[in-house]
Design a protein around this ligand. Structure first.
Ligand code: UD1
Ligand code: UDP
Length: 368
């Protein structure tokens, strides 16, 4: 049984790392291929989780366009498939890497396992291009590892055979718990120490991230306007690790540089980011992964998107959908900071930290 795990971006790496490490723990051989659709942001994760790729396609180009990236992924992963016979490819989620690797595997007659399957908004433009990527991958996949009941029901409604749907929870919780444990045992690094020195933790720390393509331009400009307004309050410190996508960097650095209590910083390595989330009062983000992590840390998250496929977080009271409407972002932020909310007893709907064990068990029992 030859297994290939393949991913390309930061969030895929964070969520696939627990599976790789579970394979290693059980001495199940596998190969790791990274398309490196992301470079620096991927390498941060590989380093933290001690993962060494067997194949590194090194594909990232500055401000890459989706069609060029897609064609390069298909072409280069084909050479990996030609170098060795693989029986099962594991891909994750909804990136261009996931969809194109799944398609290339299908062309070669290799079975595909889709981790974090079944998420849907059913609006192909939101999030763009992720909704279509995940639907494409879902059509191709032979095995669907779903994080929630809702995701399972989406696939059942689409006619996927129940036997091929495996309910596991989300591996992001596994990654998060592993990291929290390391931090509790005293793990630190220079970025954490710098943040400790720079930030005033007597104030409310508001952590911000954002990178969705559908918000480039006006959406990001509105978010920045909202952050400027919020920064007028004396009791807040805003920390924003800015995504390396040039379309994000351009707007954010133009509008928010040199504001006293807005700290624009480089993307953080995973341990530092988890540490910072755990010290924050509130997160403002359009990230999929962050929407899943916030409930594990019992922190509210304002979701700067018009739609989310992670409705479980809204239903359990952690996520608040504002889109990129400045007034809504400001109002919801101030309400959450100054209202009386208790997030400590709310349930995390995304898993119990054992998803990677369930995924690896399934593969072991069904393929060996
Ligand atoms: C990608 C995924 C998105 C995922 C996000 C996670 C697609 C189409 N998009 O979006 O689904 O949610 O990653 O962050 O699959 N860059 C760097 N260094 C890096 C990473 C990115 O410089 O380590 C810059 C490059 O200029 C690159 C650009 O960002 O061309 C865009 O990267 P890309 O992966 O195409 O899109 P993201 O917006 O990062
Ligand atoms: N993250 C990180 N450093 C940062 C910002 C985010 O390690 O500076 C982590 C975060 O904890 C989450 C993941 O990256 O696990 C989310 O990635 P991103 O928002 O880029 O992608 P998405 O989840 O939206 O696909």
């Amino acid at each position: 049984m030859n297994i290939l795990v393949c991913f390309g971006t930061r969030p895929e790496a964070i969520k696939m790392a627990p599976i790789c490490n579970e394979f290693k723990k059980n001495k199940i051989p596998f190969k790791l291929c990274v398309t490196a659709q992301h470079r620096e942001m991927l390498d941060q994760v590989l380093y933290f989780f001690e993962l060494e790729p067997d194949y590194d396609l090194n594909l990232m180009q500055p401000n890459q366009n989706l069609n060029e990236l897609s064609s390069r992924i298909i072409k280069d992963v084909d050479t990996v498939f030609n170098s060795k016979k693989f029986d099962l490819i594991l891909v994750h989620g909804d990136t261009t890497t996931s969809a194109m690797v799944a398609l290339a595997a299908f062309h070669k007659g290799i079975k595909v396992g889709h981790i974090e399957a079944g998420l849907r908004t059913y609006n192909k433009c939101s999030p763009f291009p992720e909704e279509l990527n995940r639907q494409l991958t879902g059509r191709i996949a032979d095995f669907h590892f779903v994080p929630t009941e809702k995701a399972m029901n989406n696939l059942l409604k689409e006619g996927i055979n129940k036997q091929n749907i495996i309910y596991t929870g989300n591996t992001v919780v596994d990654a998060l718990l592993y990291t929290i444990e390391k931090l509790k045992k005293g793990f630190s690094n220079s970025r954490i120490e710098n943040l400790k020195a720079k930030l005033n933790f007597d104030k409310n720390i508001i952590l911000v991230t954002g990178h969705r393509r559908e918000s480039f331009g006006e959406g990001f400009a509105n978010l920045c306007d909202a952050l400027l307004k919020i920064s007028e309050k004396d009791d807040v410190e805003i920390v924003y690790p800015v995504h390396l996508n040039p379309n994000v960097q351009k707007t954010v650095y133009y509008q928010l540089s040199e504001v006293r209590n807005i700290h624009l910083i480089q993307p953080l390595d995973y341990a530092s980011f988890v540490w910072l989330m755990s010290r924050s009062s509130l997160i403002i983000s359009d990230s999929g992964g962050v929407q899943e992590e916030a409930p594990s840390l019992k922190i509210p998250v304002i979701v700067t998107r018009n739609e989310t496929e992670r409705k479980e977080g809204m239903n359990s009271g952690f996520s608040f959908l504002t889109g990129t409407n400045s007034n809504k972002i400001i109002e919801t932020t101030l309400n959450l900071l100054h209202g009386k909310f208790d997030f400590t007893n709310k349930e995390n709907p995304y898993g119990d930290g054992k998803a990677s064990i369930k995924i690896v068990n399934f593969i072991q029992n069904n393929f060996n």
